[in-house]
Design a protein. Sequence first.
Length: 278
Amino acid sequence: MELEQVYLLLKYLFLGLFQGFTEPIPISSSGHLLLAQHFLGVELEGGEGGAFTFELLVNSASLIAVLLIYKDDIMRLAIRGLGYIKTKNPADKKEFDFIIYLLIGTIPAGVIGVLLGDYIAEASVAIVAGTLMITGIALFMIRNLRGNRGEGGMTIKDAIIIGLAQAVALIPGISRSGATIVAAMARGIHQETALRYSFLLFIPVSVGGMILSISDLVSNDAFADLWIPYLLAFAGSFVASYFSLKWFMNIMAKGNLIYFAAYCVVVGPIIFLVLYLQ
């Protein structure tokens, strides 16, 4: 194997691991991927089509990791929540309502993603620096909140507000998990429920994006030429997403969001400084 081929494989493995690690935690994976490509000079092969295929595959790997970690919650919602439609058992009403809230929370990001996706994707490094600072400030503001509302205490208004926060997080640098968790905790929702709702909300948005993108992926020549590097990136993203989410769940349980807030607030100005000095 030639040195150039080895470099290509290592580059895609690194980017897959990098995206996977940053996906679950509230520092914006899309923003950090853009930063890595800009400051490390790491370019994806295949032009726009190659970048699109890479992003789709690594996001799909993160989705599988989320499905695996939350499989018990998904099964509970599927059996009891959907079962409520037939049985009308009052004990299952909470799960049914939670499914409705997930569907409502998905709508804003789905609509804005379809209408403005091309414009959002054009974010610059400077924009990421600014939005990282916004993410950090938002995390700092809710760092000490300890809500007391669980799944049964959520409302349609909560779902709409959290869904709008997820839509805002389509902008690179605004963390999706961070935005939804901040919105949920600001509404008085318990951090465990906020975390669960955030990542269950990630599932329909990701699945929808995959379905809409399948035809583009199949017709993309970059996939046929780079399937081995893509496979490495996929595997790296899956492993990193799984362990990163497990780690983040532990941090959320301890209420240590201040670390992520400090990171984002510090990194944003550093990026601006580096851009100025370039």
